[in-house]
Design a binder for this molecule. Structure first.
Ligand code: PLP
Length: 402
């Protein structure tokens, strides 16, 4: 039976070249890169080469690249590090932290734990720039009145992990520089790297997070770009690796593989984006034509449909009336279609999506959400398979079967 893996936004297979590149560092070139001998210097050089390569792809200087254990750690280091507090709460002296309402939990939860402020999005998931201006002006007024310090951090993701919306980061940066000139601007570009020119999109940000397993590298390797002159307080103290910002022996094999995957992803991006966008459009158009009550998420009533150019090419997100995501995913899995509802989480349990709620999607529609995300291995046969099994599964569910 044909099968289809359409959950690349959760994780994508490693590139074979990245696997090949990491293997020598698991056995013969295994040394600790912090050591003083020749073998250690060899491992250190491999990290330095990887750092050079990733920096060039991100429009950064190599010394601005900090390797971490993944997107979650990069986001936490950015938020807590820029807020300059290890404490669970900010005092007035710290100044507030701000993020969009559709951030991944790796940003949203740290911001909320610091009593931060969230900014609204519109029905397509794009940040409401007027609301951002209102939040920043309110904070500036409180700072001017001596009631609080100015905003410490603003975090707005480059592309959303559930619905794929690309954020207008240049406009966000312009507002932040004008209304909160002392704030650090962070962007979570974890879902953007496969599909956009991240160097251009994130050029105005002070801090940029990436995660290797989303672009064909291994799990457990991330990057935080920390631009020169931006102060970040480390969360982890010890051996002082990564310019003291992230102590701990680096995962040399993983870092080397991440650089190879990043290089291949960036080199193939123009072709991959075109291919995936065509496959995504065929998938969405086919589902819209064959499944009654299926809505392309982000469609604004009265308008022709969501602007798919405003989304990353790999994400197709729909909500289906009178269907429960959990039951649908169970059926799809039986038909060898692997997908997800909202973002994945450690328990695998369904959580109501804060992203869809912020976009104003009604709760009964949110309950029937389905994310089909494409990646570098996606074939036309997988799209055909999804187009065959999703309508049939919805019909069976509506007829009361499992
Ligand atoms: N940020 C976004 C937008 C993500 O999609 C994810 C993973 O789903 C993360 C952060 C967390 O990355 P990691 O799995 O590397 O911790």
């Amino acid at each position: 039976m044909v099968s289809a893996y359409l959950d690349h936004a959760a994780t994508t297979p490693m590139r074979p070249e990245a696997i090949d590149a990491m293997l020598p560092f698991l056995d013969v070139r295994f040394a600790n890169p912090s050591g003083g001998h020749r073998m250690a210097r060899d491992a250190r050089r491999a990290i330095d080469d990887a750092r050079d390569e990733i920096a060039a792809l991100l429009g950064a200087h190599p010394r601005e690249v900090v390797f971490t254990s993944g997107g979650t750690e990069s986001d936490n280091l950015a938020v807590f590090g820029a807020a300059r507090t290890g404490a669970p709460a900010l005092t007035a002296a710290h100044g507030p932290v701000v993020c969009s309402a559709v951030e991944h939990h790796a940003v949203l939860d740290p911001v909320e734990s610091l009593g931060g402020l969230t900014v609204a999005v519109d029905a397509t998931g794009r940040i409401d720039l007027d609301d951002l201006a209102r939040v920043l002006e309110g904070a500036a007024a409180r700072a001017a009145a001596g009631e609080a310090a100015g905003v410490r951090l603003v975090s707005v993701m480059a592309a959303n992990n559930e619905v794929g919306t690309i954020q207008p980061l240049a406009e966000v940066a312009e507002l932040v520089r004008r209304l909160a000139p002392d704030a650090v601007l962070h962007t979570d570009a974890v879902q953007a790297f496969c599909w956009t020119d991240v160097a251009g999109l994130t050029a105005g940000a002070d801090l940029v997070s990436l995660s290797a397993h989303k672009f064909g590298g291994p799990k457990g390797v991330g990057v935080l770009v920390v631009r020169d002159g931006v102060t970040v307080t480390p969360r982890q103290l010890g051996g002082g690796q990564e310019r003291g910002l992230r102590s701990g022996t680096q995962d040399v094999a993983g870092i080397v593989a991440a650089a190879v995957a990043a290089r291949l992803t960036a080199a193939g991006r123009p072709v991959e984006v075109e291919r995936a966008a065509k496959q995504r459009d065929r998938l969405l158009d086919g589902l819209l034509a064959s499944v009654p009550g299926l809505i392309e998420t982000g469609a604004v009533p009265g308008e022709a449909g969501p602007d798919r150019r405003g989304r990353v090419a790999g994400t197709a997100h729909v909500c289906i009336e009178d269907v429960e995501s959990e039951a649908l995913l169970f059926m799809l899995e039986r038909d060898e279609l692997y997908a997800s509802a909202a973002s994945s989480c450690s328990s695998g349990a369904m959580q109501s999506s804060h992203v869809l709620a912020a976009m104003g999607v009604a709760p009964e529609l949110r309950a029937g959400s389905l994310r089909l995300s494409l990646g570098w291995t996606t074939t036309d046969a997988e799209i055909d398979h999804a187009l065959a099994v999703v309508p049939a599964a919805v019909e069976r569910l509506r007829a009361g079967g499992l």
